[in-house]
Design a protein around this ligand. Structure first.
Ligand code: HGY
Ligand code: MN
Ligand code: MN
Length: 421
């Protein structure tokens, strides 16, 4: 296995490990996650990697460099998904990393390549999306040494706590800290990922390098009104949470759109009406807010504007707004030296001046930036579509991506060796 066709076939095979038979949903610490980890560990082993599952439920593989115990260049991405997901968001990056590790192992074994001056590790993070517990990057934040014990009480939609989910998965919550890597153990982190946007396709470019990743904040907003009889309650006496929440949704979109093309982007993805009966005026509405921007300052200023506007509209209707922040990740800049390694890698595929772009999508690299330098390689995806079963990549782009990632690994390893003298 080390061709684009085989990488794509494996992405499709991982679709089987899903909560549903006809659509992909794989979330953190579920039986489907365990199945995916086991299959990916087999592929890692076949690529010559020593494999293990870390104390946070991530699946890991390692190949030593020219001497045992060298600092590792870490490749990877995530294996979890959003509901009704595509096959490539996350999984493509993990499987490309395994394919590159296998190619390099084969080249070293045949004498075509000198043993590397670094170890090479591949990691499949267990939770980048945050789809089960609301807080994202749980796998990579454990590896980055950024675990927060407040997360243990997070609950999924069935009321299961993260703590219980660890136990159910066979993990010991008391040992989660053992997943943390020390900076001196790592050379850097490189992630290949679909762009999840339209820029590369519009530029007719198969590959690009990432300059920075947007900072994100997520909230659960609850609009409290009064549930009342739909027939007997005159408008003057109504405190209709649904009408107020609907005004909030359009205000959120209007404010974010007004910030411009390169400004903030805000999305309401969940909207739950209580009690949800046709003949009852809604007394409570819970809506999610996903807010991102190129800088944390712009993001936070937009949140201030949104909160003021939504509060104003709720007050005008006699409604009460409750705010809970469920996730926050700082914007990060990718390391210049790893950006250059990715550019050099893309150059090896005959593209001397690849586009650099900032990512509105979040990635595990945001967490890994706390412990080591990060670089990302983007692949064009059809129509920029992602978080949808129509997500698609071209086989020739994946082939070019494999060559670019392999060359980027060698460039990064070489630069690391030079820096060590
Ligand atoms: O939400 C994101 O940007 C990523 O797909 N988790
Ligand atoms: Mn995603
Ligand atoms: Mn992703």
């Amino acid at each position: 296995m080390s061709t684009a066709a085989e990488v794509l076939a494996r992405c499709s095979e991982l679709d089987r490990f899903s909560l549903h038979r006809t659509r992909l949903e794989r979330t953190h610490l579920t039986p489907q996650h365990a199945q995916a980890n086991a299959r990916v560990a087999q592929w890692m082993g076949a690529a010559g990697l020593r494999t293990w599952q870390d104390a946070a439920g991530n699946v890991c593989g390692r190949a030593e460099g020219r001497t045992p115990g060298l600092p590792a260049l870490l490749l990877g991405s995530h294996l979890d998904s959003v509901p009704d997901a595509g096959s490539y968001d996350g999984m493509l990056g993990v499987l490309m990393a395994i394919a590159v590790a296998e190619r390099l192992a084969t080249a070293v074994a045949s004498g075509e390549l000198e043993p590397l001056p670094v170890a090479l590790e591949v990691i499949g993070f267990g939770d980048e999306e945050g789809a089960r517990f609301g807080t994202a990057l749980l796998g990579s934040r454990a590896v980055a040494g950024a675990w927060d014990d407040d997360w243990w009480d997070l609950r999924d939609r069935d009321g299961t706590t993260l703590h219980q989910a660890f136990l159910d998965f066979g993990l010991d919550p008391r040992r989660v800290g053992e997943a943390a890597r020390r900076p001196e153990e790592l050379v850097g982190y490189l992630e290949a990922h679909i762009e999840q946007g339209p820029v590369l396709e519009a530029a007719d470019e198969p590959l690009g390098y990432v300059t920075s990743i947007a900072g994100a904040r997520r909230f659960r907003l609850t609009v409290h009104g009064e549930a009342r009889h739909a027939g007997g309650t005159p408008y003057a006496r109504r405190r209709d949470a649904l009408v107020g929440a609907s005004e909030a949704v359009t205000a959120i979109e209007r404010l974010a759109r007004a910030s411009g093309e390169d400004g903030c982007i805000a999305t309401v993805g969940r909207f739950v009406v209580h009690p949800g009966a046709v003949n009852v005026i809604p007394g409570r509405v819970e809506l999610s807010l996903d807010l991102r921007a190129a800088t944390d300052a712009a993001r936070d200023a937009m949140w201030g504007d949104i909160e003021d506007e939504v509060r104003r509209r709720c007050t005008a209707r006699g409604l009460r707004l409750e705010v809970l922040e469920t996730h926050r990740a700082a914007a990060v800049r990718c390391s210049p030296w790893l950006q250059e390694a990715v550019v050099q890698g893309i150059g090896a595929t005959g593209r001397a001046r690849p586009p650099g772009l900032w990512s509105r999508a979040g990635h595990d690299a945001m967490a890994m930036a706390r412990v080591t330098g990060t670089g990302m390689l983007f692949l064009r995806c059809a129509g920029g579509i992602s978080h949808h079963p129509d997500e698609a990549v071209r086989e020739d782009d994946v082939a070019a991506g494999l060559d670019a990632l392999q060359a980027a690994v060698l460039a990064a390893a070489g630069r690391h060796a030079e820096s060590r003298g």
